[in-house]
Design a protein around this ligand. Structure first.
Ligand code: FDP
Length: 317
């Protein structure tokens, strides 16, 4: 590390400065959204410094303390949490506080995923306020706890990546305006489930391994921790899949706090996200912990799998 150069870097774009800059583009804003984001960021710092139960509870606790939101949906809670009336605001937050948790004990990267919605209107909050299509999200992001702590955020105008500088205790903008490569060389899926896959998924993976158009086969990378797999896909390109199979007809990943935030980020970075039937962000969830198959990543790679699903649909008709 070049400490001398670092000492001269007084122009660091911290996430706080970034969010305030974004806020200034909306003169009507009262700052509630920025407050909410800064509490989520603080929660991520807690989890980062102590990826354990205490940190996890703290993340949910902090998000509930901001006075700017109304409903919280967390992977950790069966029921949605309605913030008490005196502390209610206008935002709904959906969370997976610790995604990839089966990887904690072996030191593999895990993460927090979140998305933010506006309440539909100012009435008594109901579950309907969170059961909105992903397209209505105002912001989404994830924080990855790995060899470094990385926070990737979109407030609807591109995707930006920040790395936690432990000496400053601040997330610094390190990956401005992330764009996913239009086509990638990697596919990412749990191939252990191949025996139960549907036709289009099996065909696609076969094409990745044995391309007939003279191109090179794709490489397989699968960490089994969604945040880490999606982060690699965002930076290097390619496709991440969690398809349905005979045993899990809706796949494994949760619509509200896994599929939607990651799909939002992918689209904002120029990629696509597809469920096997439709654009993922157009789904309208009926339950807060609903699952959906998901294929997301580079525009061209997702386009290929879409073609296979649509062709299979046509054959059925
Ligand atoms: P985990 O069960 O470890 O929490 O949805 C959770 C998740 O991990 C994702 O992070 C990951 O992409 C997926 O499940 C891995 O599932 P498989 O082990 O079935 O491949």
């Amino acid at each position: 590390m070049d400490h001398e150069a670092d000492a001269h870097r007084t122009d660091l774009m911290t996430i706080t400065r970034f969010v305030l800059n974004e806020q200034s583009k909306h003169p009507e804003s009262r700052g509630d959204f920025s407050i909410l984001l800064s509490h989520i960021v603080l929660g991520c710092k807690f989890v980062c410094s102590a990826v354990n139960k205490a940190g996890l509870a703290k993340l949910i606790g902090l998000a509930g303390e901001t006075n700017v939101q109304c409903i919280l949906v967390s992977e950790e809670d069966e029921e949605a949490i309605f913030v008490e009336p005196s502390k209610r605001g206008k935002y709904c937050v959906v969370f997976d506080p610790l995604d990839g948790s089966s990887n904690i004990d072996c030191g593999v990267s895990i993460g927090t995923i979140f998305g933010i919605y506006m309440m539909k209107d100012s009435h008594e909050p109901t579950l309907d306020d969170v059961l909105q299509p992903g397209n209505n999200m105002l912001a989404a992001g994830y924080c990855m706890y790995g060899s470094s702590c990385t926070l990737v955020l979109s407030t609807g105008s591109g995707v930006n990546g920040f790395t936690l500088d432990p000496s400053l205790g601040e997330f610094i903008l390190t990956h401005p305006d992330i764009k996913i490569p239009k086509k990638g060389k990697i596919y990412s899926v749990n191939e252990g489930n191949a025996k139960n896959w549907d036709g289009p998924t099996a065909k696609y993976v076969e094409k990745c391994k044995f391309p007939k158009d003279g191109s090179s086969p794709k490489s397989l990378r699968y960490i089994g921790s969604m945040v880490a797999d999606v982060h690699r896909t965002l930076l290097y390109g390619g496709i991440f899949m969690y398809p349905r199979d005979k045993k899990s007809p809706n796949g494994k990943l949760r619509v509200l706090y896994e599929v939607f935030p990651m799909s939002f980020l992918m689209e904002q970075a120029g990629g696509q996200s597809f469920t096997g039937k439709q654009r993922a962000l157009d789904l309208v969830p009926k339950k807060i912990h609903e699952r959906s198959p998901i294929f997301l990543g580079s525009y061209d790679d997702v386009e290929e799998i879409k073609a296979l699903f649509y062709a299979a649909e046509e054959k059925k008709e």
